[in-house]
Design a protein around this ligand. Structure first.
Ligand SMILES: NC(=O)c1ccc[n+]([C@@H]2O[C@H](COP(=O)([O-])OP(=O)(O)OC[C@H]3O[C@@H](n4cnc5c(N)ncnc54)[C@H](O)[C@@H]3O)[C@@H](O)[C@H]2O)c1
Length: 249
């Protein structure tokens, strides 16, 4: 990708799944990468495998911890050009019986966490006159999946947060959200049995889950100078899942 080499990036939730695939892809592009992830063991494993990656154990739902981590990364890397706010959680729960804690934690990580990180990034990027913020949404923020009230709601919020910040930060900082469909990651494997995933695949026009590297490629493109006119967009990458309504199945 044009213009990525030498840039400095933060990936939240980079210890595994889509975040980890993005760390690998950005490094391949010559980007210096820092990871914020609440998983201390995952961060230690990342440091052992990729010593050039600055991996900090941070809960993105903790506003003070996010501020401190951004300051540490900006000092260590000498600035910040790209942030991928990817950390998120998902668990099903019947809406009528949903414990308040489930609702609150999902919104705290998926919305507050994105807001805290995007705000910290935006302050730095606005002051230095440029940067790219990419926020992880989901097709679940666009079409509803039953029993995922908190998750669906949180991802819809990320799409609107991204559009609003894109307007406020233009023209110097670009902000977009990314909405994947089903991606084969530990999150997905924790929630669905292999049989359920097979059944899901029959309802996806491309007939399979995405590989995390395919989402990472989109992140690299949006972060690069190949996408200078892209801001305020919600980019769907779902193998055709949402191209038709239920009646098309
Ligand atoms: N897998 C999918 O099918 C899919 C589809 C659409 C969107 N997404 C979104 O993509 C993102 C990544 O998903 P994934 O499938 O790679 O998940 P994953 O569970 O495999 O990995 C998530 C990573 O985020 C970290 N994390 C979770 N909560 C955190 C917190 N509070 N602070 C810091 N780090 C935290 C975890 O430790 C983990 O390393 C999520 O926002 C998810 O909602 C996933």
């Amino acid at each position: 990708m044009r213009g990525l080499s030498g840039k400095r990036a933060i990936v939240t939730g980079g210890a595994r799944g889509i975040g980890y695939a993005t760390v690998l892809r950005l490094r391949e592009e010559g980007v210096r990468v820092a990871v914020l992830d609440r998983d201390a063991e995952g961060c230690a494993a990342l440091r052992a495998e990729l010593p050039d990656v600055l991996a900090l154990t941070v809960d993105v739902a903790d506003a003070d911890a996010v501020e401190a981590a951004f300051a540490e990364v900006i000092a260590a890397l000498g600035g910040l050009d790209v942030v991928f706010n990817n950390a998120g959680i998902s668990a099903p729960g019947d809406s009528l019986a949903l414990p308040a804690g489930h609702w609150r934690r999902t919104l705290s990580v998926n919305v507050d966490g994105v807001f805290y990180c995007a705000r910290a990034a935006a302050r730095h990027m606005k002051a230095r006159g440029g940067g790219v913020i990419l926020n992880m949404a989901s097709v679940s923020g666009m079409v509803a999946i039953p029993d995922y009230l908190a998750y669906n709601t949180s991802k819809a919020a990320v799409i609107q947060l991204s559009r609003t910040m894109a307007l406020e930060l233009a023209p110097s900082v670009r902000v977009n959200s990314i909405s994947p469909g089903y991606v084969l990651t530990p999150m997905q494997e924790a929630e669905y049995t292999p049989e359920q995933m097979k059944a899901l695949n029959t309802r996806i026009p491309l007939g399979r889950h995405a590989d995390p590297a395919e989402i990472a490629a989109l992140v690299a493109f949006l972060a690069s100078e190949e996408a200078p006119f892209m801001t305020g967009s919600n980019i769907v990458i779902d193998g055709g899942e949402t191209a038709g309504g239920t009646a098309s199945l």
